[in-house]
Design a protein around this ligand. Structure first.
Ligand code: SF4
Length: 462
């Protein structure tokens, strides 16, 4: 397919970013070239997210724009890949723009699917039937081979890469679509993961982020030994060239928790950062969400994390307006946020996802206006805490991995010295803005912090 131009648009989480990078590598290998403009492309791929209704609506409106382009370029092929493809299956063909539907497990076939569609000019659907059944061995091997062959290097952020350590999820939180679109939880073999990180290090990657829906439940049995995430952290730490290792997202559970924290405390390469969503501060709502902990148990985990790794920065996630959430339940969430003292929090308004337990069994009974107000109130509580924690960095020197040019101008930063504003990140996941030459992207530098805001630190390159 030499000369055919592909445009890829990606929605959703880090898993999707990784899948997009893998697809890009595979298509480049097959001779496709890439364009930033959908209207110039022969093939447009949309990597989709089903976690929230809003994410799906954005994909549908994007398909509307592509349909418009297709009126003048009828040969253009449009593929929907990822979670929404798996969830909606053939129903997506009702949209006139769509030619290819490819679920997350079929991504290794993407080159073949595109080539066939371009040649045969027919629609193709490739998704997993009965996704909750045990993944068949051939499919699992194809995913593993694909992942290992195209060890993705994060193109947009030099020096960084994501590495998946597990697929799917078996937790069935009542609001979550992931187990129904990504299938059963499967941990990848440690050897494959470590080989992949070694390969990435050989190409100049300095930071890897290990990905899993419940990354702390990583478990792989080989002979008499069961490997857990702490083992992966130790093995990855031994790889020359890798300087920082992160992992997301952690589920609040005692299983392996101490081992992982001890690895974080012992190994200088493991970043002192934990993203551990609580979702609610009300035990009644946590039960309805099918989260397997109470707020006391959750706070106990945070206390333990801070005890073992005193410099740890912790981030959280919350859903507001879950069915049945009373004002008292919301107040309990506010209370938890105050006690947890997160570095930052991701807060979402509940939206029912089709076929999940909460959608089938619970009425979406909290008015949108109330959801919005709770979201705003919780953000304000968190912003105050974030501001206090950021302020502790004032006057300090921090080590930062430079990501590249800052996308938007930050007026608060130091006066320009002729260099553009760059953006970098500390091991504790704080964003740092400073003026410096763009050639520093992908390098570690030291920055002295001169100003702070709740979500950003500003400083001067040392
Ligand atoms: S742990 Fe819960 S919220 Fe996270 S992916 Fe699994 S089911 Fe979804």
């Amino acid at each position: 397919m030499i000369g055919k131009k592909v445009h890829i648009k990606s929605f959703g989480c880090q898993m999707n970013k990784l899948d997009t990078a893998l697809v890009t590598f595979a298509l480049k290998d097959a001779g496709f070239t890439f364009t930033e403009s959908a209207s110039e492309a022969d093939v447009v791929l949309i990597n989709t997210c089903s976690v929230r209704e809003h994410a799906e609506q954005r994909v549908i409106s994007h398909l509307g724009r592509l349909q418009h382009i297709k009126k003048t370029r009828p040969d253009m092929v449009v593929g929907v890949i990822g979670c929404m493809a798996q969830r909606l299956d053939r129903k997506l063909l009702k949209h006139d723009a769509v030619d290819i539907i490819c679920g997350p497990a079929q991504i290794p076939q993407i080159t073949k699917l595109i080539t066939e569609t371009l040649k045969l000019k027919k629609e193709i659907v490739a998704v997993t039937e009965n996704i909750r059944q045990k993944t068949d061995q051939r499919q699992a091997q194809a995913l593993e081979d694909f992942e290992s062959a195209y060890s993705a290097r994060e193109k947009k952020i030099p020096g960084q890469a994501y590495v998946r350590v597990m697929r799917g999820c078996d937790n069935f939180c009542s609001y979550c679509i992931v187990p129904f679109v990504r299938g059963p939880e499967i941990s990848r073999p440690p050897k494959a993961i470590i080989d992949q990180i070694r390969k990435l290090a050989d190409t100049g990657v300095k930071q890897v982020t290990l990905l899993g829906q419940r990354v702390n439940s990583y478990k792989y049995k080989a002979g008499d030994k069961t490997y857990c995430l702490a083992d992966l952290l130790r093995m990855a730490s031994d790889i020359q060239g890798i300087e920082w290792i992160r992992f997301v997202t952690s589920y609040p559970s005692e299983e392996f928790f101490d081992e992982i924290l001890r690895a974080m405390a012992d190994l200088p390469k493991v970043c002192n950062y934990l993203h551990i969503p609580a979702q609610s501060g009300s035990n009644k709502i946590l039960r309805a969400m099918n989260r397997h902990y109470t707020t006391d148990q959750y706070l106990h985990l945070l206390a333990k994390a801070r005890d073992i790794v005193p410099a740890i920065a912790i981030a959280g996630d919350f859903i507001v307006g879950f069915p049945g959430e009373t004002h008292a339940d919301f107040e309990a969430t506010v209370d938890l946020v105050k006690k947890a003292r997160y570095k930052n929090c991701f807060i979402f308004k509940y939206s029912p996802r089709p076929d999940t337990k909460s959608d089938k069994k619970l009425a979406d009974d909290i008015p949108l206006e109330v959801k919005k107000n709770r979201n705003t109130e919780l953000l304000a509580v968190q912003e105050k805490i974030s501001g206090e924690l950021s302020a502790e960095y004032l006057g300090k020197e921090v080590r930062v991995l430079v990501e590249g040019l800052s996308k938007k101008p930050h007026l608060d930063s130091e006066k320009s010295d002729g260099n553009p504003q760059l953006i970098g990140r500390t091991a504790t996941d704080y964003i740092v803005v400073f003026n410096a030459p763009p050639s520093l992207a992908g390098q570690f530098v030291k920055v002295k912090i001169t100003k702070t805001s709740p979500l950003t630190l500003f400083g001067r390159l040392i």
